[in-house]
Design a protein around this ligand. Sequence first.
Ligand code: SAH
Ligand code: SF4
Length: 347
Amino acid sequence: MIKLLEIINKVKTEHKLSKQEIISLLNNNDINQELFKAADEIRKKYVSDEVQLRGLIEFTNICKNNCLYCGLRRDNKNLVKYRLTENQILDFASKAKSFGYKTIVLQGGEDDYYTKNKIIKIIKGIKSLDLALTLSIGEKTYDEYKAFRDAGTDRYLLRIETTDKTLYEKLDPGMSHENRLDCLRNLKKLGYEVGTGVMVGLPNQTIESYANDILYFKEINADMLGIGPFIPNEDTPLAGCKGKELTMALKVMAITRLILPDINIPATTAMESLNTNGRLMALQSGANVVMPNVTEGEYRKYYALYPGKICTGDTPVHCRSCITGKINSIGRTVSTNYGFRGNKNTK
Ligand code: SAH
Ligand code: SF4
């Protein structure tokens, strides 16, 4: 225990850990409070008490992939499918702006209906509103990523899901781990702020594998890191799995903050889905970003990655004031800048 407390103290100044040190921290639950407290201090020191809000638009729940864990998978026939039109997307984005958001995250399944040119039009529309834009639309070619970047996209989110290649290829049939790594390299090369991340609690995922995940985040110097507990979905082949490892997800997140002190780390929606205070717990254990939903109407409930997704009956206005209240209740404030890495206003 004393040894582990020394490790926590050391990483607060050195921002480096060996694989064995990460494994020891993940394996021992007696030091969790000290770990979360250290991550909270480093978050405050490097990215202040300001919480970055990103308005999330879930623009299509149609996906050509068949990831075993995900409710949007191709073979799930129990889902009402939808696609938003360009006008709907721009309408949600401009309303989000009027509620004070500075960043839009456009996320969806891998849906080829949205061709390169359609996406470029949407990007230009959102950028003309003077908003920062994050895309999260999966694996694309280098040329597509380049075109989206040239059109003004600032950031891209593509979780590696797990750095365990064998596990990844089992859970994501027909997809290649090497290609996903390539995509992340290409995004970095093109000058995006790059976000990646993993799920925690997948079947057969190990502590050693989480340690490799964390070392990978450091190696690629990710600008954003989303870590979410895996929540089994009834409409998928992983229905019977256990998942729901909130504490382990918070630990992986806290260690990530300690070794990458100035990056943006969201308190993920999946964390709140497992505990009504999940996002506040995350914000007090290293996270500094929240991504409230700004999609309106029925669509929210159909974007069913996993069950128990929060706020599916709420409006964007409600979400905005609800989250601001929660953030203020723990003595933090909502940022008014664009929220690039290091809490800078511009890149
Ligand atoms: N199609 C894009 C973006 C949408 S999926 C992509 O795959 O990158 C967004 C994220 O949802 C995925 O990266 C995955 O980590 C997460 N997710 C999917 N199913 C989940 C589940 N059952 N529990 C928790 N997170 C899940
Ligand atoms: Fe599609 Fe993304 Fe879900 Fe995989 S995780 S099925 S790529 S939406």
